[in-house]
Design a protein around this ligand. Structure first.
Ligand SMILES: [Zn+2]
Ligand SMILES: [Zn+2]
Length: 341
């Protein structure tokens, strides 16, 4: 992943905006303040609770509900799920889910916004820090964009994180804000980003899909079940992403529990008949073949660019050398002509 030329070239509009990225960078520095404030077990517990809660709102809410409609909520709980998602400071539910639908539609093609084939760091964090993808693509999510309260929340997505930050400060003090809010926010960011970057690079493939998605227990543990990413690309409308009992999927267990008070309804599970079909072990993994072909194309393109640059440079030097030789010869001829006999 590092040192390999990107398979796809990013265009000029896919540049990181360094100025608007400053708050994001500063949020990563705030946790360093514990050097001066110190921390207690209570701060660590607040951090862990806020991490777990917000990973749930992002994975079960933004991802499995808003992007994939893998279960049903009534309008009240739908708003609660959306508001909970905004507290993770990953913009609004419509913005998030619309872009994620595009990820599935174009996975690992040049139109995939955050494919690692455009570079690992780009897929992890770069695409979020560029201006090109800042707008909400409402046309991709008309089913939820018809709710005025969700459109309002999407526009005012700052209310969630600010409310939570102020509440942690008022209830738990400065350390509560720094450790409880900022540390957990940064951790939730990178857990979410891992699914876009590492879950397409690290792990094993069980199902043949037209992308580089992989299954990883480690990523599943960090993200409450999103690490079963190859399963998910295979059957995106399933609310359960760990297909087998040993594939730990905390977000699914919690969604299952929420069926009892009838908050969650019509929870989609993977159809039994599809669990043992389209296995990589049974045939040719056309998906990875396409990925290798794209990577090979990137290497050939980079080599061609290198040869062409080297050739242009060499040609420039030869032309320059010839021009100086001609000038020197002309000078000599001129001196010979003007020398007195
Ligand atoms: Zn993916
Ligand atoms: Zn998805």
């Amino acid at each position: 992943m590092v040192g390999i030329p990107s398979a796809y070239k990013r265009d000029a509009s896919e540049r990181i905006n360094r100025v608007s990225s400053i708050p994001f960078a500063l949020a990563h520095l705030v946790p360093l303040a514990v050097i001066w404030t110190g921390l207690t077990w209570r701060d660590v517990v607040v951090c862990a609770v806020l991490y777990q809660a917000r990973v749930f709102f992002i994975t079960a809410g933004y991802h499995r509900y808003f992007a994939h409609r893998s279960y049903k909520l009534n309008r009240f709980w739908q708003f609660v799920m959306a508001f909970g998602g905004t507290t993770a400071a990953q913009k609004g539910p419509l913005w998030w889910a619309a872009l994620h639908r595009d990820h599935h539609r174009y996975a690992d093609t040049p139109d995939d916004i955050h494919s690692p084939l455009k570079g690992f760091w780009w897929s992890h964090v770069g695409w979020i820090l560029c201006d090109k993808y800042k707008a909400t693509r409402s046309d991709r999510i008309t089913d939820f964009a018809r709710f005025p309260e969700l459109r309002w929340l999407d526009r005012n997505n700052w209310i969630g994180p600010w409310t939570l930050a102020v509440a942690t400060f008022l209830v738990f003090g400065l350390r509560g804000l720094i450790v409880g809010f900022f540390v957990s926010t940064v951790l939730v960011w990178h857990a979410t980003f891992l699914v876009n970057s590492l879950a397409h690079v690290f792990g094993r493939r069980r199902y043949v899909t037209h992308d580089s998605s992989r299954n990883s227990l480690l990523i599943a543990l960090l993200t409450n079940g999103e690490g079963w990413h190859n399963n998910h690309h295979y059957l995106p409308s399933s609310a359960r992403q760990g297909f087998f009992w040993w594939e730990i999927d905390m977000s699914y267990y919690l969604l299952s529990a929420l069926r009892l008070p009838r908050i969650v309804k019509d929870l989609h599970r993977p159809p039994e008949r599809l669990l043992d079909t389209n296995r990589v072990r049974d045939g040719f993994d056309i998906g990875m073949f396409e990925i290798y072909a794209a990577r090979a194309g990137g290497v050939v393109g980079a080599a061609r660019q290198h040869v062409s640059t080297t050739y242009d440079h060499a040609r420039g030097s030869v032309v320059e050398a010839m021009a100086s030789a001609v000038a020197a010869a002309e000078d000599l001829a001129h001196q010979a002509k003007t020398r007195p006999a």
